[in-house]
Design a protein around this ligand. Structure first.
Ligand code: G3I
Length: 329
């Protein structure tokens, strides 16, 4: 099948959201090269702030917020009629240096987190459509991750975080976001149980984000699309919306490389199909083009995990998901 329509046009026609996570540096790095911006607004109808709204980059000092990078991405999304995803209000990683050195009491930490969420989610209350409120609260073995938030407030930190976000951004969809929860494993079960407890307690949570960093030789095996679909379905049956929030597909040195771009294309297509067939209508890739991927110079995996190559040429994966959307139009 060959289409003259862009991915964004086909996504819009199908009521599907196809987005990309944008590292703030990409916008600063290519100020005179509109390729990234042009590709983003032509091909995607959603954008996620990949780093700019994390506490570390956002808060260089205790009383200083630097919203420049986040504003650039959020305003770009609003201006171009895209769904804007804010990532993330609370995560144990990428916290500021000064925060790590701060000797706080539990009460001080709670007040600090409340003020942080009120400030950040409040600022964008009419611009950010979806928030990853809490990121990665469950450890790989399924136990609650022993973050500083958990140590100070117990599991109730999630309840509070969602309530604080809801105080100031009542119209945004509020998400819990995590990795390795798309297959049949202890962590996926534990996240399911956690979300069920939150819902039972009346916490204002709307959805769950499944990250889908598919990097087999780095940490896990590639998730079977059927299992992905089954997991999406059970989260949906819990009453939550589901989005694929951070997808990339990489290969290890021990894998067969000859046809990997075709295999990658098929995998993207299969995951999108599993998503759409099970009531999920959003797939976000973790970047636009390979040169901007967070996997450049990281781990023992190929750094070509996205839909566009280093020159913004569409790859087989781009055509595969575009064709899938066209076949469903
Ligand atoms: O911006 C600074 C730069 O000023 C400094 O000179 C340089 C020196 O190391 O670091 C730069 O910051 C880096 C930042 O990415 C921006 O490129 C950090 O070191 C680096 O740790 C950070 O990595 C990010 C990673 O989260 C942190 O764990 C990746 O870009 C980002 O893509 C990745 O995203 C996460 C999601 O938020 C949550 N899910 C998993 C996903 C992948 O780990």
């Amino acid at each position: 099948m060959s289409s003259e329509k862009t991915l964004r046009e086909l996504a819009d026609e199908n009521g599907v959201t196809i987005g990309a996570g944008i590292p703030a540096r990409s916008f600063r790095q290519y100020p005179d090269d509109p390729t990234l911006a042009q590709t983003l607004k032509r091909e995607f109808n959603a954008v996620t702030t990949a780093n700019a709204l994390k506490m570390g980059p956002l808060r260089p000092a205790r009383k200083v917020y630097d919203f420049d990078d986040a504003d650039a991405i959020v305003n770009f999304g609003v201006k171009n009629g895209m769904t804007v995803r804010g990532h993330t209000l609370l995560w144990h990683k990428q916290t500021p240096e000064w925060f790590l050195a701060w000797d706080y009491t539990d009460d001080q930490l709670e007040t600090f987190v409340r003020d942080h969420i009120h400030t950040v989610a409040g600022r964008y209350h009419d611009k950010v459509d979806v928030w990853d409120v809490v990121n990665e609260a469950v450890a790989d073995d399924g136990s609650m991750r022993e973050t500083v938030w958990y140590e100070a407030m117990g599991e109730a930190y999630l309840d509070k975080a969602f309530e604080w976000a809801n105080d100031v951004a009542p119209n945004a969809a509020l998400y819990y976001n995590d990795y390795e929860i798309a297959s049949d494993n202890d962590k996926a079960d534990a996240v399911y149980d956690l979300l069920e407890r939150l819902l039972d307690r009346g916490v204002p949570i709307d959805g769950v984000g499944i990250q889908m960093h598919s990097l087999p030789s780095y940490q896990h095996s590639r998730e079977d699309p059927e299992a992905v679909g089954a997991n999406i379905r059970r989260f949906k049956d819990l009453g939550l919306d589901v989005q694929v929030t951070e997808m990339d597909v990489a290969y290890g040195p021990d894998e067969e490389f000859d046809d990997r771009l075709d295999h990658q294309a098929q995998y993207y297509r299969d995951v999108l199909e599993a998503c759409l067939d099970n009531g999920c209508n959003t797939l976000i890739t973790w970047g636009v083009h390979d040169a901007g991927s967070w996997l450049q110079n990281r781990y023992e995996v190929t750094a070509d995990p996205l839909l566009f190559d280093e020159n913004f040429n569409p790859k087989p994966a781009y055509y595969a998901i575009r064709d899938l959307l066209e076949s469903r139009s």
